[in-house]
Design a protein around this ligand. Structure first.
Ligand code: ATP
Ligand code: MG
Length: 413
C-alpha cells in the first residue's frame, strides 16, 4: 500500500467516525507543487483519546500524546502516519517550543504554522483545498511569507528563520519583504536554537543542488555571520561572489564536499565547525581529506606518480577533482586532466599489488622493525615510478639496500 492511500484511509476512517480530518502542512504544499510528499500528516478535530478509539490500541503509539499527536501504524509498505489534534500553541517563553498546547479548530491550527505555503489543509475525500492563510496565492507567487506578523512569528521560534531560507532555496522561491526584514532583524538570535536543529537545516539546504542560492540567502538574511565558518562570516562582495560561484559550479551535493568548499582552503576549519554544525566524525575527516588533497590535485601535472597515486586511490578522489574544478575553474586544466584520466584506469593498474611487502622481507630473513615500513614504502615508490617492475627486482634491491649499511634512504635515491 502506498503512503498516500494509507493517509487517505486514515482520513476516511476519522470522518466516518464523525470527526473532521484533513491532510495538513508540508504534504499539501508538496502535492500542490506536484512534488512527491515525503510523508503525510493528518490533522483532526478528534482528541488523542478519540483517535486511539478509532484505530485501536494495537494500531497506535502515544509517544506524542501530550502535545496531541497519535502515531497510527499501518502496513510496512505505507509506514506510520502522525495524526495531530487541531491545536493552538501557548506562549513561547523560550523562543523554541510552546509552553502548552490547547485543542482547537482547523483555522487556529493553520494560524500556529510557520509559513503560508505550510499552512494549508487538503480534504482527500472531498478533494478540496482548505486555505485560511493565503497559501495558494503565495505558492503561485513563489514566495515564503510568515503567517501573521512576521516579527512575532520569528520571535516565537527562531528556527523559522532557517526554515524560511531552506524552503526559499530548495523551492526557488523568494522570501517576502516583511518576512525577510524580520529575519534580518532577528538573525543575531539564531544561537537560541540548538546546534542539532541548526545543523539539520544547514545540512538540508546545503547538500542540495541549490546550495549556492542557500548560501546567498544565508548571507543576505544575516544568518551566515552568526553561524558560518569564522573566516567567511562577513564575506566582502568579492569573496561572496567567489564562494557563491564555487558552490554553483560544484557538482557534488555531498555535505562534506560542500563544507570543504566553504572552508576557503583552511583544513583546520572542519574541526572548528564540528560542534556548531554538528558534523559527524566521518564528515569532518572527509572535509579535511579534501582540503589536504586540494594542493596535490592542483599540482598533479608536475608530480611524480608515486606522489600523486596515494591520493587518487582514496574513495574521495573523484570529489576532490570536482572540488578543484569548482574552486579554481580553468586554472589547473592539465592537472585535472591527468587526475581524471588516471581515475579511469583499471583498479589493478591504478593500484597494483606491492612488489615488496612484509611477507617478502620476512622470507628474506629480515627482522621486523622500523626499517620495514621504510623499505616497503621506498620499494612502492620505485615500483610506481617504474624503477622496479618485478618481485625479483624488488627483493634484489632490498637485499642491496640492507647490505649497504642499513641506511636504506640512500639506497633508494
Ligand atoms: P519538510 O518535511 O519537507 O521539511 P514540512 O513543511 O513537512 O517540510 P515538517 O517539519 O515536517 O516540515 O513540519 C510539518 C508542518 O508543521 C509544517 O508544514 C508546518 O505547517 C508545521 N511546522 C513545522 N515546523 C514548524 C515551526 N518551527 N513553526 C511553525 N510550524 C511548523
Ligand atoms: Mg514533513
Amino acid at each position: 500500500m502506498k503512503p498516500r492511500e494509507r493517509a487517505l484511509e486514515i482520513v476516511s476512517a476519522l470522518q466516518t467516525a464523525g470527526h473532521t480530518a484533513l491532510w495538513a502542512g508540508g504534504c499539501v504544499r508538496d502535492a500542490l507543487l506536484n512534488k512527491q510528499p515525503k510523508d503525510y500528516d493528518v490533522a483532526t478535530s478528534a482528541t488523542p483519546d478519540e483517535v486511539e478509539a478509532v484505530f485501536g490500541a494495537n494500531k497506535t503509539l502515544a509517544i506524542g500524546k501530550s502535545f496531541g499527536v497519535i502515531t497510527v501504524l499501518g502496513p510496512k509498505s505505507a509506514g506510520p502516519v502522525e495524526v495531530a489534534t487541531f491545536r493552538r500553541d501557548g506562549d513561547y517563553s523560550d523562543g523554541r517550543r510552546p509552553d502548552s498546547v490547547e485543542f482547537t479548530d482547523a483555522k487556529e491550527d493553520a494560524l500556529r504554522r510557520d509559513f503560508t505555503i505550510n499552512g494549508m489543509f487538503f480534504d482527500p475525500v472531498a478533494e478540496k483545498v482548505i486555505d485560511y492563510v493565503g497559501g495558494q496565492e503565495d505558492l503561485k507567487a513563489k514566495q515564503i511569507r510568515a503567517i501573521g506578523k512576521a516579527k512575532e512569528r520569528i520571535d516565537e521560534d527562531k528556527l523559522r528563520m532557517l526554515r524560511a531560507v531552506r524552503f526559499a532555496a530548495t523551492y526557488e522561491f523568494a522570501i517576502e519583504a516583511e518576512t525577510l526584514s524580520a529575519i534580518q532583524e532577528n538573525a543575531n538570535q539564531i544561537s537560541a536554537v540548538s546546534p542539532e536543529r541548526i545543523g539539520n537545516e544547514l545540512r538540508r539546504m546545503l547538500s542540495h543542488r541549490n546550495k549556492a542560492t542557500a548560501f546567498e540567502l544565508l548571507v543576505e538574511s544575516g544568518l551566515w555571520s552568526e553561524i558560518g565558518p569564522s573566516q567567511s562570516q562577513r564575506p566582502d562582495p568579492v569573496e561572496r561572489d567567489q564562494l557563491r560561484g564555487s558552490l554553483d559550479r560544484l557538482q557534488s551535493d555531498d555535505f562534506s564536499v560542500v563544507v570543504a568548499a566553504l572552508c576557503q582552503r583552511d583544513d583546520g576549519l572542519p574541526e572548528k565547525l564540528k560542534s556548531v554544525w554538528r558534523l559527524t566524525n566521518d564528515e569532518v575527516e572527509k572535509a579535511q581529506w579534501l582540503l589536504k588533497a586540494l594542493p596535490v590535485i592542483e599540482q598533479a601535472q608536475g608530480l611524480a606518480w608515486s606522489q600523486l597515486q596515494p591520493w587518487l586511490i582514496s574513495k574521495h578522489a573523484d570529489e576532490g577533482v570536482q572540488l578543484v574544478e569548482a574552486l579554481a575553474p580553468g586554472e589547473f586544466d592539465a592537472s585535472l586532466a591527468r587526475c581524471r584520466e588516471s581515475l579511469t584506469l583499471k583498479p589493478e593498474t591504478l593500484n597494483p599489488p606491492l612488489l615488496l611487502d612484509g611477507k617478502s622481507l620476512v622470507a628474506m630473513g629480515v627482522q621486523p622493525g622500523r626499517h620495514f615500513k621504510r623499505l616497503i614504502d621506498q620499494a612502492r615508490a620505485m615500483q610506481l615510478d617504474g624503477t622496479l617492475s618485478t618481485r625479483e627486482q624488488a627483493t634484489e634491491w632490498a637485499n642491496r639496500a640492507l647490505a649497504e649499511g642499513g641506511d636504506e634512504s640512500d639506497a633508494a635515491n
